[in-house]
Design a protein around this ligand. Structure first.
Ligand SMILES: Nc1ncnc2c1ncn2[C@@H]1O[C@H](COP(=O)(O)OP(=O)(O)OP(=O)(O)O)[C@@H](O)[C@H]1O
Length: 245
């Protein structure tokens, strides 16, 4: 069974040109999968389609063998989402946010308490657990955003630029946490413009441009096939050097 199986997916926003064109893609269970492309290529849109936040009409998207459009409630229990825009309530504390989202996932009070304690500690937020998140630094806010995304122990975790705007310490903590999560069985689906970080985290990558996947495979195989030492060189070769937004 694949973690994600997309077949012949097409999508356009109302009144706009086609953004995703007949796209097929498989992400296997246990992968640390990264999808990369220029600004506006449609990476966030694709994540929103896969996670059921945006409806699709043409094509098929399956998560762990369940068609997303038909099994929304079941799929909510299988996945976690760490969106690019913060998903928490600024006026609430980390604990209050985690209680709110834990309840939204249908977790028991005991499960919420245990998971909240664990995540506050791992994310280095235990000393500020009761302070409103609006007072936090960018790095602390990113860590709260990540904690909320993993509250329900997701089998597949979607990460849209999870480290944008954070310092080296927070970035390092976040990436190490994600690697451990993956080692314990969680499939990661990640996008970012931080290609150095992506090389560190991802083992399978897709380059995506103009609605289509232009390269896909194990990172080391793709780099050696295209004779590049890093993702940035491969990205520039395949997507060109002109501004794209
Ligand atoms: N809700 C929306 N309604 C209409 N158009 C949208 C909407 N959201 C995004 N778009 C447009 O769709 C295109 C793809 O946007 P999207 O955010 O998916 O790209 P992206 O690859 O994630 O970009 P970035 O790297 O800048 O985050 C852009 O042209 C954007 O302006």
């Amino acid at each position: 069974m694949s973690a994600i199986q997309i077949e012949q997916l097409s999508f356009r926003y109302k009144g706009q040109q086609s953004l995703i064109k007949n796209l097929s893609l498989t992400v296997n269970v246990g992968e640390r999968f990264g999808i990369f492309g220029p600004n506006g290529a449609g990476k966030t849109t694709l994540m929103n389609l896969i996670t059921g936040l945006l409806p699709y009409e043409q094509g098929s998207i399956k998560i762990l063998d369940k068609e997303v459009r038909s099994f929304k409630d079941e799929i909510k229990q299988l996945i976690g989402l760490v969106p690019q825009d913060f998903s928490f309530y600024e006026q609430l504390s980390p604990i209050e946010n985690m209680q709110f989202f834990g309840a939204w996932y249908g977790m028991s009070k005991m499960a919420i308490k245990n998971k909240t304690e664990e995540l506050l500690q791992v994310m280095g937020l235990d000393t500020v657990a009761h302070k409103p998140v609006k007072l936090f630094s960018g790095g602390m806010k990113r860590r709260v955003n990540l904690a909320i995304g993993v509250m329900n122990n997701p089998q597949i975790l979607f990460l849209d630029e999870p480290t944008v705007g954070v310092d080296v310490q927070s970035r390092n903590a976040i990436i190490e946490f994600l690697k451990k999560l993956n080692a314990s069985g969680t499939t990661l689906v990640y996008t970012s413009h931080q290609l150095g970080e992506a090389e560190d985290l991802c083992n399978v990558v897709s380059l995506y441009d103009e609605g289509e996947i232009i390269a896909h495979g194990a990172l080391d195989v793709l780099l050696s096939t295209h004779r590049h030492t890093g993702l940035e060189g491969l990205f520039l070769e395949l997507t060109g050097r002109n501004y794209r937004d």
